[in-house]
Design a protein around this ligand. Sequence first.
Ligand code: HCR
Length: 397
Amino acid sequence: EEAGAVPAAAKSSWGPFLKSIASFNGDLASLTAPPFILSPTSLTEYSGYWAEHPEIFVAPGQEKDPQKRALLVLKWFLTTLKQQYSSRSEKLGSEKKPLNPFLGELFLGKWKDPTGEIGETQLISEQVSHHPPVTAYAILNEKHGVKLEGYNGQKASFSRGTISVRQVGHAKYHLKEFDEDYLITLPSLHIEGIVYASPYVELNRSSTIHSSTGYVAQIDYSGKGWVTGKKNTFSATLKKEGSKDILYAIDGQWSDDFTIKEGKTKKELETYSAKTTEITPLYIAPIEEQDPLESRRAWAKVQESINTGDLETTGTEKSKIENEQRELRKKEKEEGREWERRYFTRVMDDPVFTRLSESPGLAAEEGKTDGIWVFDEKKFSQVAKANAGGEATNAAA
Ligand code: HCR
């Protein structure tokens, strides 16, 4: 029944596509998808999914009890999953292939707060590597002293009719008032419904959150859980490191309802409804005010032609960007320099990461992105200063 919703023209291009992915090399960017599965959205925009509920994002900043704080961080993480992994495919599994960002591409914006209680939350997302693709981001809320920073890339493989994607990278959630850090690992995923030309994401195995205060959250994903038979099922626990006692248990579906219970008493504390909790839309500056490297400005013509189904223009406009990029890389090579990232810096050792990356597999993963990308406060304030002086037009200002 899912396949029936796909237009006839689309169906005819799906067979050849399935054949082509059977032999693809792990780089999702190199996957040539049929036009109807192309999304006009660049992957740099996906960083915004971390804070589409700003009130839940900043809530831990207000909580005095460290155990409750750890729970609020876990709750916030769980509430981001629907946005991250299913917001594009709510209708009949219509996940699409995002635009592959160019090196230096920026996606900047803010979640405004008319109430004044949450304060403004700012998003800075930058493509820090093109081959392999890596996106870095920082999300800042000054009022509550909350900072999220992270980066990620994807490594994909195709087997038994599905695309499996491993995420390389991690996120760090920082609370200024308590000088507290949380290291968040990213779940691997696979794409279901490919044979029906109706793709959607399902998460695999588990991911963790380790805090500098000694709490550990583990989230186990089971897809169409064998107990419930429902998609996007998970089961999470919060424990003190080294202890078997479950402080809190959270069960349900990340795209629907989940319930937080006290570990010992099993008392229900809260049921969160992912479907009915509204998101706060991100404010992005009008295109003419954006920096030329900002995603929506740089891709404007490609996006417009994808939306109108004009394949020829999509092709020529994409090639223009690709050729420009090739020229830039050539010039940099000749001059023996590297592209200067605007907001992030690559380091080989990040103290927070080293301290909290308990799981041995984690450190090995990082090597594959050739270092760790961190938000560079110095660069950030320099850009802010330059903007204040009117030198550059930057939407984040
Ligand atoms: C795998 C994926 C691109 C990467 C997307 C990531 C992992 C990016 C970072 C975000 O924080 C979380 C995230 C969510 C997305 O679910 C995930 C995408 C889902 C599909 C897309 C593929 C490249 C599309 C392949 C083409 C299919 C539809 C045939």
